[in-house]
Design a binder for this molecule. Structure first.
Ligand SMILES: [Zn+2]
Length: 396
């Protein structure tokens, strides 16, 4: 755990370099994205600032960064895909922070080609290829270059994505740059069928355990969290964040202490109903889209049992995708209207619960003693609100 915390802090720190941010800014076609954002904000629910990030995310996946199954063969202009195993990084590769190198044979010319897994975000602006690690690292840098607060989110079950602070919405929003996925935190558990354990968000402002945003099965997830005690993890994150906050202006530190506390309270709110498997737009959450179908199948990230091999093996990727879409879509639209309103009522109740919890948390943290331990305050707020609801039920 300590090693992962240190690595996450280092990754987030690399997004703060002025030279790196300037290099990133030079790559972003702001004028085109701004025009797209203007249209998007006029036509849809997003504010302009959010719409601009939405455009940026789409551009990054569509036009800027490329998914890498193998290594690039510069001689043939093709991707070398026959795996040959790991190689030690060269001095030059190490200079750009490649901790490891994957080797592949080019089927066209027979040459051994190298895929250095660079961790230097400036180098990634040049190579523009990689897997989720490279996507998230580079996209975080671009978000920071545009002045957004950004988190590099490390999922311990082998995935990485980003979050950014939406001023429009006053909350952190999930972004997956290699999937071009906006604000669908349950994508991994429900779409990909992941068994999550820890998801930590690293930024220039600190480290937050954001796992609960990404699961509706906290009980199960908790059972898999065996790396250290929950108290030890909370203390490590608190200490790490406090050390980072001391490097900021007191007003900035205080602002983010408050926002962290509110976020913790919101994350403690009960998850939405298990029936609510669809996204906000009513579409079912898909399996993984990035990477070859064989690779995704080996990782068991193609999605639920229904979707796996739904159309036979022949049309692999497309089959997995369309099979999922049609199956779930039909299910969602076939829902009787009564059930929908029941779902709506449940959502309203959850919203009300969240508001109660946030109010109670704010009330408790007026006390300076409580401010020192936001986790304790959040837990106490949850307890108080649950008691209040129980009491009201009895009175009723
Ligand atoms: Zn070649």
């Amino acid at each position: 755990m300590e090693g992962r915390l240190a690595a996450g802090r280092e990754t987030a720190a690399r997004h703060e370099g002025l030279r790196a941010q300037e290099a990133a800014l030079a790559e972003v076609p702001l004028e085109g994205l701004a025009a797209g954002a203007q249209r998007r904000s006029e036509e849809g629910p997003l504010g302009y600032s959010d719409a601009l990030v939405r455009e940026l995310l789409a551009w990054f996946k569509r036009d800027f960064f490329t998914w890498a199954d193998g290594a690039w063969c510069a001689d043939c202009g093709l991707e070398a895909k026959a795996p040959l195993g790991g190689r030690a990084p060269s001095a030059e590769e190490r200079r750009h922070l490649a901790a490891r190198v994957e080797a592949f044979r080019c089927e066209a010319c027979g040459r051994e080609c190298r895929f250095p897994r660079y961790n230097c975000p400036i180098q990634l602006l040049r190579t523009r290829r990689g897997r989720c690690g490279e996507f998230a690292n580079c996209f975080c840098l671009i978000l920071r270059a545009l002045g957004h607060e950004a988190r590099w989110c490390l999922d311990f079950t082998d995935h990485v994505w980003c979050e950014f602070w939406s001023g429009d919405q006053g909350r952190w929003v999930h972004l997956d740059p290699c999937e071009d996925c906006w604000d669908e935190p349950h994508l991994y558990e429900k779409g990909w069928g992941k068994k999550l354990t820890y998801v930590l968000g690293f930024s220039r402002l600190g480290v937050q355990d954001v796992t609960r945003r990404y699961t509706e099965r906290w009980g199960e997830v908790q059972g898999r969290r065996a790396l250290c005690s929950e108290a030890a993890l909370a203390e490590a994150l608190r200490a790490s964040t406090a050390a980072i906050r001391r490097t900021h202006e007191p007003a900035t530190a205080a602002l983010w202490d408050g926002r962290d506390a509110e976020e913790r309270a919101a994350l403690l709110a009960p998850p939405p109903s298990p029936q609510a498997t669809a996204t906000a737009s009513g579409e079912p959450l898909p399996g993984r889209q990035s990477g070859s179908v064989e690779w995704r199948a080996a990782r068991k990230e193609l999605g639920g049992e229904k979707r796996e091999g739904a159309d036979g093996g022949k049309q692999g990727g497309e089959g997995a995708r369309e099979g999922g879409g049609e199956g779930g879509g039909a299910g969602a639209s076939a829902k009787p209207p009564g059930e929908m309103s029941q779902h709506q009522r449940l959502q309203d109740t959850q919203e009300a619960f969240k508001r109660l919890l946030q109010d109670e948390f704010k009330r408790l943290t007026v006390d300076p003693e409580m401010q020192k331990d936001p986790n304790k305050a959040a837990a106490l707020a949850l307890q108080n609100v649950q008691r209040k609801i129980q009491k009201e039920k009895k009175d009723f």
